[in-house]
Design a protein around this ligand. Structure first.
Ligand code: ZN
Length: 312
């Protein structure tokens, strides 16, 4: 018999059944726990929000009215909401990104939110947290889908050194990670960033993450010099007409998107197939629920045949 799911759909996010505690709601609620500051997980207008310090800094910058009250427990610190004990644990997805853990009816639950396990010096590293019930994202839950090491992909940019590059990246998260990666693995490039990314770069640095050298975009220099990577929001990349003096690429884990541009740049901030399997096994959970993606491949994975896996 199928057990009662640990979360139910509500307020365009999730609610813990029998409570008024919402996780990543996209509509205003009295009590929200927010995993990270991306627009498909964070929203504004709440009464009380619980989130990490990094997420709080980002949602305050993103939204005019994030919440009446924002409470920022440290990673690993226990906090009690309406009688339930919670804690946040780093998810390695972007600055402040958190897995949310709670204890209910004698069982520990873990909601991963978006996560990745690959090294990323622009945010807190992923931590595994043992639990009885795991709720995992499966954005890339396709059998054997592997994200190549980002360090190698970025080091490969050096071969385009006699031109400029325009790289599409989300303003928040991906562009800060790329800034740091290019500094570390393709250091002959100057990094210029789109104006919309600049406030987030500053917040990352204020929170103690060194992104390396970068500067706001300077049009004339991009036109007349070489060895520049210009990071732009994805819509700008698509709308920019290909120029003679630069090549375009989109930093994403979705293979089909690369076909639109001059070369592929498969850098993802989500768990790939081996990471998903590893996380389910290391969590020790017997009961697993998938969200954000298609969980059918995971349900059929031979490595997980002893687990009960459900699609939420
Ligand atoms: Zn995200």
């Amino acid at each position: 018999m199928k057990p009662t799911p640990p979360l139910e759909a509500a307020a365009k996010g999730y609610r813990i059944p029998g409570t008024e505690i919402y996780i990543d709601p996209l509509e205003p609620v009295a009590c929200a726990i927010i995993s990270h500051a991306h627009g498909d997980h964070a929203s504004e207008g709440h009464e009380t929000v619980y989130c990490s310090e990094g997420t709080a800094a980002l949602i305050k910058s993103r939204f005019k009215y994030p919440a009446k009250k924002i409470i920022t427990p440290a990673f690993g610190e226990e906090f009690v909401v309406k009688g339930i004990s919670f804690s946040l644990h780093p998810a390695g997805h972007m600055l402040g990104s958190s897995q949310i853990r709670w204890k209910l009816n004698g069982r520990s639950h873990l909601y991963t939110g978006d996560y990745k396990r690959e090294k990323d010096l622009s945010c807190e590293p992923f931590e595994i947290s043992p639990c009885d019930v795991l709720i995992t994202e499966v954005t890339f839950g396709q059998l054997n889908k592997v994200h190549p090491p980002a360090a190698e992909i970025i080091a490969g940019l050096e071969k385009y050194g006699d031109t400029n590059l325009m790289i599409g990246a989300y303003n928040l998260g991906k562009s800060q990670r790329l800034t740091r990666l290019i500094n570390d693995y393709a250091p002959s490039f100057r990094v210029m960033v789109h104006a919309k990314m600049v406030p987030y770069h500053h917040i990352y640095e204020k929170m103690g993450f060194n992104l390396g050298k970068w500067e706001p975009y300077k049009r004339e220099q991009f036109k007349h010099s070489k060895h520049i990577v210009y990071l732009v929001p994805p819509p700008s990349l698509y709308n920019f007409r290909p120029g003679k003096h630069f090549l375009r690429a989109m930093a994403t884990g979705w293979d089909e998107q690369h076909l639109r541009y001059d070369f592929p740049l498969p850098v993802s901030d989500h768990a790939d197939w081996p990471s998903l399997i590893q996380t389910v096994l290391e969590s020790g959970a017997e009961e697993v629920y998938t969200i954000h993606g298609n969980g059918t491949a995971l349900q059929a994975a031979p490595e997980l045949k002893d687990k009960q896996i459900y699609i939420l």
